[in-house]
Design a protein around this ligand. Sequence first.
Ligand SMILES: Nc1nc2c(c(=O)[nH]1)N[C@H]1C(S)=C(S)[C@@H](COP(=O)(O)O)O[C@H]1N2
Ligand SMILES: [Mo]
Length: 224
Amino acid sequence: MTQNHPLPPGQYAIDHFPRFGLTKYAKKYSSQTAPLSLLISGDVENQLRLTEHDLDKLTRTEQISDFHCVTTWTRQNLLWGGFRFRDFYQEIIQPEARPSDEVAYVIFRCQDGFRSILPLADLLADDVMLADRLAGEMLPAKHGAPLRLVTPAHYGYKSTKHLTAIEFWSDESKFRPPMDRFMSHPRARVDYEERGRWFPGWFLRYLYRPLVKSTIRLFERTMK
Ligand SMILES: Nc1nc2c(c(=O)[nH]1)N[C@H]1C(S)=C(S)[C@@H](COP(=O)(O)O)O[C@H]1N2
Ligand SMILES: [Mo]
C-alpha cells in the first residue's frame, strides 16, 4: 500500500513525526483526551452536536499519505484511519444539518484555540479525512485525538487537531487566522507552494526553515 510521491517544492523528508504547530499553542497540550463532541454550525438549518457514535454510520477508510508542514519538513507514508470528509459531508451534514446552497468555506476549530479554513470544494477531494487512527492505533493525543482533519494536498496548518467544531459558511468573514496574516494562505496547496500570502513560497522557505528544530524541541518539552 506504500506509495512514494515526489516531494513537493521546497520540502525535505524527515523520518519521525513530531508534534508540531504554532508555538503559542504548545503549552495547551493535554495528554487527557476528551471524548468527541463536535459542534456543527454556520449557514445551516440545524446545528448538530455529534459524538463518535454519530460517525459510526460512515464507511471507515484508510489511506497512506504524506504530511507537509509549511516550515518545510515532510513526513512520508503515514497510515491514517477514519472517515472521508466527503462522506461526512454528504451523509451527515447535508441531510441532518441542511447547509445553505451558498456554503463555500469550512472553518475548523479545536480545543487549544487553533483554527483553519478551507474552501468546501478542496475538502471534497478523495484524500481529505477526519482521522481517528494513525499507524493502525487510536489517534494519540500527541497527533490530535479525538479527531483531526488530514488534508495531504495542503500544508499542515490546515490539518487542525483536537477538533471541537466545524462551521459551514458562504464566505470567509467569520475566520480570523490564528497566525500573522502573511502566514495564512486561503488554500495553502503544497503543489503550488502556497505557503502564505504576499510573499512568494520560496521566500517563506528560508524564513521558516531555521525555526523547525527549536519548535520541535519546544513541543517535545510540553509533552513531558
Ligand atoms: N489544534 C491544533 N492543530 C494544529 C496545529 C496546532 O497548533 N493546534 N498546528 C498545525 C500545524 S502548523 C501542523 S504542521 C500540524 C502538525 O501536526 P502534528 O502535531 O500531528 O505533527 O498540525 C496543525 N494542526
Ligand atoms: Mo506546520
